[in-house]
Ligand binder design. Structure first.
Ligand code: PGA
Length: 243
């Protein structure tokens, strides 16, 4: 199966560190299935390489008086092809609601960006056995008024909030069960037979081989480990070349 590897560099690295990072990865990464999402101001340094570039966030209007925001139209015009929308850090620290997330998704799709929709339950929700309901609701809001024709431009990233940056990951069995549940919702409620679904949350060079065995997954969204170029390259090697 064609697998995707998405790096979420978050708000990390200085310009000098970005320079060093690029020196390591640019010669070695050669795949349209690797998508790197740097801090926005560094995006131009990442463009025109043999991988794809994504934003970590985007606004829901195409232009105007929205100080500090970046529009999907602007992103497209720069050659950016992907955007993460609905990351739990945006939901939590910036109070992004499902409604706002849906507006961002639609505006991004209208401007020819491919959207990686992040979904996942908190620890509290997991403990209350609400995971299925939370995922169902997040998917429902995300896809509201999204045209079926755009499904080909959407990927999902299942990221349990309690797993992000913590070193705790669900068992292989739990990930498999949850991904199958997401597939079932998309098939039964949206007539969507083969959605692309990634897993994210504490993926690293040590656990990647085991995670890569999960055959219902289409790839991984990686935060911390993707910030280190050597660790990131090792993950890419294992996923794309199965080593
Ligand atoms: P992590 O982050 O790999 O550091 O857990 C994943 C993410 O936030 O997308």
């Amino acid at each position: 199966m064609n697998k995707y590897i998405v790096a979420n560099l978050k708000m990390n690295m200085t310009a000098l560190e970005v320079n060093n990072y690029l020196k390591v990865i640019n010669d070695k990464v050669d795949s349209n299935n690797v998508i790197i999402c740097p801090t926005s101001i560094y995006v131009p340094y990442f463009l025109k390489q043999n991988y794809k570039v994504g934003l970590q966030n985007v606004f829901y209007e195409s232009k105007g008086a929205y100080t500090g925001e970046i529009s999907p139209l602007q992103a497209s015009s720069m050659g950016i092809r992907y955007v993460l929308i609905g990351h739990s850090e945006r939901r939590i620290h910036f109070e992004e609601s499902d409604l706002v997330i849906n507006k961002k998704i639609r505006e991004a799709l209208d401007n020819h960006l491919k959207v990686i929709i992040c979904i996942g339950e908190t620890e509290e929700e997991k403990d209350m056995l609400k995971t299925d309901r939370v995922l169902r609701n997040q998917i429902g809001y995300a896809l509201k008024n999204v045209d079926k024709i755009d499904y080909k431009n959407i990927m999902f990233a299942y990221e349990p909030v309690w797993s992000i940056g913590t070193g705790n990951i669900p068992t292989i069995r739990d990930i498999t069960t949850t991904i199958c549940y997401i597939r079932k919702i998309l098939l039964n409620h949206y007539e969507w037979p083969n959605p692309l679904i990634l897993y994210g949350g504490s993926v690293n060079e040590k656990n990647i081989s085991a995670l890569n065995e999960i055959d219902v997954l289409n790839g991984f969204l990686i935060g911390g480990a993707s910030n280190n170029p050597e660790r990131f390259l090792e993950i890419i090697e294992r996923v794309l070349n199965g080593r």
